[in-house]
Write a protein of this length. Structure first.
Length: 335
């Protein structure tokens, strides 16, 4: 079993949802783990006879839409919950990640399944495993532990959630259990080859132009230990790229030899989105992101602020310098 101490509780919780409409919610700007987890849980509940639908503040991205299949999926702006609907949240570190409309509709979610180290247990029932590589890993393990086998669409979606959040199985969070669960998902119908093609071999010309802009903006800080790249509103207009085309771009900053932390600072019409990536968990980037009202994982974190890059950057470098000193001293992970 993958999560033996929680299997019985999870199965009882799923059974308690029979006869109740359920909205399976994910975080704004959903990534592969979010969409894969929403699809997996929605389909798992429906297989038990539960009236479940997936709802998200934002549309699915172009590269991830195919993994939704025939799963009932709604945009938050167009969704009105039926009376008595309860919320099950996946891949959300906190309540605010749902977006304002869903947060207002579901002030106290019934269930949350997650793997973020910064999760604050905002739901009535919380299944949070910070040591897991992906929320999809948690869900897949809980399903198999409960004697439930995902259908082929759910298996593919959960596989995609794991594959994307492990960086195609390159990140330190990739454990033997990750491969064991992926093997079980493949046996249930997941297709790694098809997933890789849909995810990584359909990049748009506009995204590659945006990548050129990002690479040209890279600058090294702290004797090359940190590499920072920038994207501005005008860059999207000049390249024709979409906001979703930034997915994965920050990894190029981290990939440089000698770099410990890669950063993307992206302007989004009056707000600033920061994406942080590290090569080692000792950098505890979720702690750094929390300084700016963000969160995430030790090696991958982010934040959003109502600031410009120019105003924020000196303050960010000062915080980063302090954080690097703490990481070098082995104290960055402390609260």
């Amino acid at each position: 079993m993958y999560f033996p101490s929680h299997a019985a509780d999870f199965r009882r919780l799923l059974e308690s949802l029979r006869g109740r409409p359920v909205a399976v919610l994910g975080h704004m700007r959903p990534d592969g783990d979010c969409i894969g987890s929403q699809v997996g849980l929605t389909r798992g509940l429906r297989a038990l006879g539960v009236d479940a639908v997936a709802v998200n503040h934002d549309h699915t991205t172009r590269l991830l839409t195919d993994f939704v299949g025939d799963t009932p999926w709604h945009l938050a702006a167009e969704y009105e919950p039926a009376p008595g609907t309860v919320a099950a949240c996946v891949d959300c570190a906190d309540h605010t990640r749902l977006g304002p409309r869903l947060r207002a509709q579901f002030p106290r979610p019934f269930l949350a399944v997650d793997h973020h180290a910064s999760n604050n247990s905002f739901a009535e029932h919380n299944f949070v495993f910070p040591d897991s590589a992906a929320t999809a890993e948690v869900l897949a393990g809980l399903f198999f532990d409960a004697g439930l086998t995902p259908d082929s669409v759910a298996a593919q979606a959960l596989y995609v959630g794991i594959a994307t959040d492990t960086g195609q199985f390159r990140f330190p969070s990739t454990t033997p259990q990750v491969f064991q669960l992926c093997s079980a998902l493949i046996a249930a119908g997941a297709n790694p080859g098809a997933a890789a093609h849909l995810l990584y071999e359909r990049e748009s010309y506009a995204k590659l132009r945006l990548l050129q802009v990002f690479l040209a903006s890279l600058q090294r800080e702290f004797a090359g230990r940190v590499c920072v790249g920038f994207l501005h509103d005008a860059d999207f207009a000049s390249t024709g790229a979409l906001r979703e085309d930034t997915e994965g771009i920050v990894d190029y900053a981290r990939a440089m030899d000698g770099v410990d932390v890669g950063v993307l600072l992206e302007e989004r019409k009056g707000t600033l989105k920061g994406s942080l990536r590290a090569k080692d968990e000792r950098f505890a980037l979720h702690r750094l992101a929390q300084r700016f009202q963000g969160g995430g994982h030790a090696c991958a974190a982010g934040f959003n602020l109502p600031e410009s890059v120019a105003a924020f950057y000196p303050r960010f470098l000062a915080a980063l310098a302090e954080h690097l000193r703490a990481a070098d001293a082995g104290t960055a992970k402390n609260p």
